[in-house]
Unconditional design. Structure first.
Length: 201
């Protein structure tokens, strides 16, 4: 993704991508586990304590993403080297600026404030809604990383943006649904399984 603009580079970019995708992975895990429980699986295996732990991980990666993103932005702004500032200049002008502000508020401030509440982290339905929101914001983040390099003058909405998302999501869902019935949903022989089932935060 960094090679889309070969003049620009950042030593923090890899960590930034990791922070975002790790948080999105935890959000997806919450959604998948909640869906499996509603389908009758993992009852008595995944408890509210586990949801509390997953919620805390979502909060941790939310803060980590913001920390790395701000650190990258601040260092590039402070150094003020033209080949480095080019990345943020594009995303802070034209119609990209509005999406950047939505990302900052929606990817950090909204989930951060909500995830501070213990009651949300122990409510599977509400945590799943927030997890879906975080996935949506992660997709916006990827959109802002890739598309300005191709359309620097502003947002150009295309049907291919939606088709790519549906195609990748449908393919991964199909593969997952084919694999799930043939495997165990939890590690039966894990020596720490009993400890995990009875964990208390």
């Amino acid at each position: 993704m960094m090679s889309l603009n070969y003049h620009w580079y950042s030593t923090m970019f890899g960590v930034y991508i990791f922070a975002g995708t790790a948080g999105a992975s935890m959000a997806l895990l919450v959604i998948v586990i909640t869906a499996l429980q509603q389908a009758g699986y993992l009852n008595g295996i995944v408890t509210l304590e586990h949801y509390h732990i997953m919620g805390k991980w979502m909060l941790a990666f939310c803060v980590f993403w913001a920390y790395i993103g701000f650190g990258q932005y601040m260092l590039i702004w402070y150094a003020n080297i033209p080949e480095e500032t080019q990345f943020f200049l594009t995303r802070n002008t034209q119609s990209w600026w509005a999406l950047s502000m939505i990302l900052v508020i929606g990817r950090f401030f909204v989930p951060f404030g909500i995830l501070l509440l213990q009651s949300i982290k122990k409510n599977p339905h509400q945590l799943s809604i927030l997890a879906g929101w975080m996935l949506l914001m992660q997709m916006l983040d990827m959109y802002l990383i890739v598309l300005p390099a191709l359309h620097g003058t502003g947002v150009h909405v295309s049907i291919w943006d939606l088709i790519c998302l549906i195609a990748i999501g449908a393919t991964l869902s199909f593969v997952y649904l084919r694999v799930v019935p043939r495997t165990s949903l939890f590690p039966v022989r894990d020596p720490r399984l009993v400890e995990s089932l009875t964990t208390v935060n």
